[in-house]
Write a protein that binds this ligand. Structure first.
Ligand SMILES: [Zn+2]
Length: 298
């Protein structure tokens, strides 16, 4: 098994030096795609030879040829792989990401094309749901869009209700997740917590009745008075930051789209201490192209 050389860092000069041509990107994808060894998709043979195109692999038994992009999110992209890599680098490493308009200007692509590709990236940025929040976890909801924030409303029209969970550590704040929900019922809140928060966690919410029945699943769940937000300072700062970012980049968008933005925000946020490997991680997710669950529907 060949050792893969991964890109580490957030420096765009280094990045530009390493990714100058289509071949550089194909090589990166190829070593990532087959890092666990080659296996023919058609006949499961593990021997291959060079295909017709560089970095393609052709099965020695059934002659099936596979490209590094086949079956990945880079398949059938309407522009060069080089641009796709540079867009992925910008979106993953820039603190606030990049809007489709900014991408369109920088990469000389139509805005709609950028918007579509960014959507793919946001899907790759959805949580794998493999690392639920642990320890002390604060949870709260907020409204965005439409008339200004009324608490405990319903997602309706432009107005969307978002629930957030944030790890509170001794040293500050940890990871966080957010999801659009239909309403602040126990069913919707419970479905969110079940996906993103460990059952062992000490979940802390305010006194909203929607949380009370969730003590059945989350034994350590505690409801405390909000005290005008004083008891939920960290999560309120987090919410303010999400709101600020969302306002800066879009006006109206669908629920699915909004969930994409929440995924993007938290993908970066949860790796703020490990930005050096964030590009490689994103590419890995885009290569694996695993089905992602975007919205809580059950
Ligand atoms: Zn084969």
């Amino acid at each position: 098994m060949a050792e893969r050389s991964t890109f580490v860092g957030v420096n765009s000069i280094t990045f530009n030096q390493l990714f100058k041509t289509e071949a550089n990107c194909l090589e990166y994808l190829s070593s990532l795609k087959w890092e666990g060894g080659y296996c023919c998709k058609r006949c499961k043979n593990d021997k291959y030879c060079q295909g017709k195109k560089p970095f393609n692999r052709r099965c020695t038994k059934c002659r099936y040829e596979e490209s590094p992009t086949a079956g990945t999110m880079f398949d059938k992209v309407k522009f060069s792989l080089l641009k796709a890599f540079h867009i992925a680098f910008k979106i993953s490493t820039k603190k606030k990401g990049m809007s489709s308009l900014e991408l369109s200007n920088e990469f000389e692509l139509r805005q709609k094309t950028c918007w579509e590709f960014k959507w793919k990236i946001q899907q790759a940025m959805a949580s794998s749901l493999q690392q639920p929040l642990q320890g002390t976890v604060h949870v709260d909801e907020f409204m965005i869009g439409g008339a200004e924030e009324q608490k405990r409303g319903r997602s309706k029209g432009a107005k969307k209700l978002i629930v957030v969970a944030l790890e509170i550590l001794d040293s500050g704040v940890g990871r966080a997740y957010a999801e659009i929900i239909e309403n602040a019922s126990a069913k919707e809140l419970g479905s969110f917590l079940n996906k993103y928060v460990s059952k062992e966690a000490k979940v802390i919410s305010d006194e909203w009745r929607g949380y009370t029945p969730l003590k059945a699943d989350f034994e350590k769940l505690e409801q405390i008075t909000s005290n005008d937000g004083k008891n939920f300072k960290d999560i309120h700062i987090h919410i303010m930051n999400i709101k600020g970012w969302l306002r800066g980049i879009h006006h109206h968008c669908s629920k699915e789209r909004m969930q994409g933005y929440l995924n993007e925000y938290h993908f970066r946020y949860n790796r703020r201490q490990a930005m050096g490997v964030i590009f490689d991680l994103l590419i890995k997710k885009m290569v694996k192209n695993e089905p992602v669950r975007l919205l809580s529907t059950n």
